[in-house]
Design a protein around this ligand. Structure first.
Ligand code: FES
Length: 100
């Protein structure tokens, strides 16, 4: 358990996501009903998901429209039992941190 500061506060607009490079990993953080962090690369063809359209807890990969739950990382279509890793997020006074 290693907390890493990812960004300053107020850098991720409400109801949207942003990709960050954290220790060489692409992490997507969504600001939707709190902050949610998960691996930012789609399992389909390794494209980034952070800019995908959000509908409630579900983000749609912009490339070919696979869907993931941003709170659990679970893929919603095509393949059962596939999950992106999720990370605990904390908003602190000096920024947004995730537990890598
Ligand atoms: S890369 Fe995400 S759906 Fe194809």
């Amino acid at each position: 358990m290693v907390w890493k500061k990812v960004t300053e506060k107020n850098t991720i607009a409400a109801n949207s996501g942003k990709e960050f490079d954290v220790d060489g990993k692409k992490i997507a953080i969504f600001n939707q009903d709190g902050y949610h962090a998960l691996d930012g690369i789609c399992v389909h063809q390794d494209n980034p998901i952070a800019a995908g359209k959000l509908d409630g807890d579900i983000v749609e990969c912009p490339s070919h429209f696979w869907h993931y739950n941003i709170k659990t990382g679970e893929l919603q279509d095509y393949l059962k039992g596939v999950k992106l890793q999720t990370y605990t997020v904390e908003e602190r006074n000096d920024g947004i941190y995730i537990d890598l």
